[in-house]
Design a protein around this ligand. Structure first.
Ligand code: BES
Ligand code: ZN
Length: 397
């Protein structure tokens, strides 16, 4: 009984003390001197070159907001967090993302001319077209529907047939407990640097409509049967020529991208937690709609690694003859590369057009291979498969 009264008393004291509550904000590190000088209660408790976690008294929030506006012309310019841990996590993640963007993860060199050229010459547009048509023929590949499970079984058996006879290769499901559609992963074990991993991926799911998505027609030919066909062709040429990489290569067909990058996030988070050394990630999402007149391959600048992306531009200049390239940006984490980027791995996303010229048919029943920009062929996607082969061999060494 005495204990209960003590509890009631302490709760009452805590709640009446709320007006003097300490809170945690993240704020640009350039504003720290000013904040600490102007606010008696401000205390920087963790800092990076970009942002700082500041502990302040709740009553000073408005004053800080005003100071930021006057001194830095920023509207607010800081974020209030629920807890100290949350503020620190944001700071840490910013550092992680900065690393993922700016660090050189490898010495990027171009040395495998003969092998790359031979392999590139074998890229077959008909086979890619066939794969796009086959994947589009499932009613949809939605992450919650049976056809989305069946389409992944089709990807798995197609990849198994391609890898048949290679003892260094295996194809597995990566199961997701929260929904039925699995991701599919082919691993080709590296011969001399097997702990260094390259990821060549794209999402296998499709989506259309708002209600009844399980039943909606969603061929997803461009978004993203084209990317899966691109990946499949890279691995087919790899097996046809008997190429054995020194680094481990993982080909991935992610589940559940269209509902918030869920499949790739589960995989990337697990790799991070297990301390896996992923040295390169490339995302093929939408490769078959030629939307921009004077540009073939457009690299997304956000949620990607600068050095690796620049290297991929050099690979096009060296090997993918007649193909032009440039830059654009999504403005948000628009595809699975962001899942890898957010945990600190270097990713690139070569895309089919600029954001301004995006394929308006995606996420509808009209995302089919006969749409304008594809014209019943896989001609545009073929360029990406050539680039992917060059990436595989120059990064795999
Ligand atoms: N393939 C798209 C992403 C995309 C669309 C990139 C257009 C560039 C131009 C992807 O499948 C997608 O639809 N992403 C979602 C976001 C995701 C977090 C659910 C989107 O863009 O709405
Ligand atoms: Zn999409």
């Amino acid at each position: 009984m005495k204990k209960l009264w003590m509890m009631v008393l302490s709760v009452a004291v805590l709640s009446t003390g709320a007006f003097a509550k300490e809170i945690y904000v993240t704020i640009g590190s350039d504003a720290i001197d000013m904040s600490q000088k102007s606010l008696m209660t401000a205390n920087a408790i963790a800092t990076s070159s970009e942002i700082t976690v500041l502990k302040i008294n709740e009553k000073d929030i408005e004053k800080l907001s005003h100071l930021m506006h006057v001194n830095f012309n920023r509207c607010g310019g800081f974020i209030v967090h629920d807890s100290e841990q949350e503020a620190i996590a944001v700071l840490n993640n910013n550092a992680v993302r900065k690393t993922a963007k700016s660090l050189n993860f490898l010495n990027y060199t171009i040395t495998e001319g003969e092998r790359v050229q031979n392999m590139i010459s074998r890229v077959n547009e008909f086979k890619m077209r066939d794969m796009i048509l086959k994947l589009s023929s499932f009613n949809n590949r939605y992450y919650k529907s049976q056809s989305g499970v069946d389409s992944q079984a089709y990807v798995k058996s197609t990849w198994e047939a391609i890898a048949a006879g290679r003892t260094d290769a295996k194809v597995e499901y990566f199961m997701h407990s929260a929904w039925p559609q699995p991701s599919v992963v082919m691993t080709v074990e590296g011969s001399t640097m097997k702990d260094e991993i390259l990821v060549i991926g794209g999402h296998a799911d499709s989506i259309a409509g708002f209600w009844g998505r399980e039943r909606a027609r969603a061929p997803g030919a461009d978004d993203n049967a084209s990317g899966i066909a691109t990946i499949t062709e890279i691995m087919r040429v790899m097996m046809e020529t008997g190429y054995k990489p020194q680094r481990t290569v993982k080909f991935m067909a992610y589940a559940a991208e269209e509902v918030g990058l869920k499949g790739s996030k589960a995989i990337a988070d697990q790799y991070k937690a297990q301390g896996k050394n992923v040295v390169g990630v490339v995302q093929f999402d939408m490769t078959n709609h030629k939307g921009t007149k004077n540009l073939d391959i457009v690299f997304m600048k956000d949620f990607t690694n600068e050095a690796q992306t620049k290297f991929m531009g050099s690979l096009i200049d060296t090997y993918v003859t007649g193909v032009s390239w440039g830059y654009s940006k999504c403005g948000y984490g628009c595809s699975d590369h962001a899942s890898w980027h957010n945990v600190g791995y270097p990713a690139s996303m070569p895309f089919e057009s600029t954001m301004g010229d995006i394929n308006g048919k995606i996420h509808t029943k009209n995302d089919t291979i006969d749409a304008v920009g594809s014209q019943d062929t896989a001609d545009h996607a073929e360029k990406f498969a050539r680039l992917g082969v060059a990436y595989l061999v120059e990064m795999g060494k």
